[in-house]
Structure formats: C-alpha cells, structure tokens
Write a new protein. Structure first.
Length: 75
C-alpha cells in the first residue's frame, strides 16, 4: 500500500488508511512504539495494560472518596 508522507507543522505525518487501521484494530488514541530497524520504520502497537490493584489504590485521595451511604438496617 503506497501512502504519502505529509507535512504537519514542523513534523512529518503519515495517515493510516481506514481499512488498514480497522484490520489492525487501531482506534483513535492508540499508542505505538516507533523505531528504526535496519533502515525500516517499524510501528508496533502498544497494548494497554490493566493497572494493578496497588496502582489503583495509590490514586485514592480524600478529595475523590465518598462518604458511606445509609441504606437502612441489614436484613
């Protein structure tokens, strides 16, 4: 598939055709590892990993917690 390199501000940009993005399961916001290997530009999609429980709990602060809700007596 032949695609042109275009200027985007001070950088260069490459647009991925919709069919290729669909087949590669890429969506807006997908992240890549971009590298040069043996004179070739290689894009490797990065898989989003699920955060560990410890990472989630580290984000808990007094500002983003709620007080308990009273749902009545236990039955």
């Amino acid at each position: 598939m032949k695609v042109p390199i275009q200027k985007w501000g001070n950088s260069l940009a490459l647009r991925l055709p919709k069919a290729l993005a669909h087949d590669a399961r890429l969506v807006h916001g997908s992240e890549f590892d971009l590298r040069l290997e043996d004179g070739r530009v290689v894009l490797v999609p990065l898989k989003k990993r699920r955060p560990a429980l410890e990472e989630l709990l580290a984000r808990v602060t007094p500002e983003n917690t709620r007080s308990e809700a009273d749902w009545g007596p236990a039955s």
